[in-house]
Design a protein around this ligand. Structure first.
Ligand code: ADP
Ligand code: MG
Length: 167
């Protein structure tokens, strides 16, 4: 199938798959994966995305960064308790200085689906594709296990994930 069809299926399926317990399961799996990284890009969950924010409590000495969305995405340092403001697409965003991508060791990225060749399907805006093109750090995808290895036709420009964490 094409990406448009895959998005439709995944968005629908995700409503059925949503379960609070998966948040903790995914955070538990993330703990050893990010152990050796200091600067970590995370995300504020929207819709039925798995919520990984409690990873910040496990590692109070690491630096975490949240995306802010304008024409493109960029990342801003987020300390627990910092004020968050409404962004585009129902996200919450900190205010602060944009950090250069090269200062972030790994990104934890919400995925709507993942193809058989480990490529990420997003909501169709290509924000992460552009932001992470030629990025040399680690890209960690978070996904409902039922939406991993989905059979859709991906593109050359889609983000390839190095590590996949299933919920
Ligand atoms: P998503 O990744 O959010 O699922 P798509 O993969 O469908 O969305 O990408 C949306 C659009 O973003 C593409 O049609 C393409 O025009 C644009 N795009 C993606 N990656 C790049 C890139 N590296 N350079 C320029 N445009 C890009
Ligand atoms: Mg893409």
């Amino acid at each position: 199938m094409n990406k448009l069809e895959a998005r439709k299926i995944a968005l629908k399926r995700r409503i059925e798959l949503y379960n609070d317990n998966l948040n903790n399961l995914v955070v538990k799996k993330l703990i050893p994966v990010i152990k050796d990284y200091k600067n970590i890009g995370i995300y504020y969950p929207i819709g039925k995305e798995i919520n990984i924010l409690s990873i910040m409590d496990i590692y109070p000495d690491k630096n975490f960064y949240l995306p802010i969305t304008n024409e493109e995405i960029s990342f801003v340092k987020y300390n627990k308790g910092d004020a968050l403001y409404d962004g585009l697409f129902n996200t919450k965003e900190p205010k602060g200085t944009i950090v250069d991508r090269s200062n972030i060791d790994c990104f934890i990225i919400p995925c709507l689906a993942i193809s058989k060749s480990k490529k990420r399907l997003g909501y169709g805006k290509g924000y992460y594709d552009r932001y992470l093109s030629n990025y040399n750090g680690i890209k960690i995808g978070v996904i409902y296990k039922e939406l991993n290895n989905l059979d859709f036709i991906d593109d050359d420009f889609d983000v390839v994930l190095n590590i996949i964490i299933e919920g």
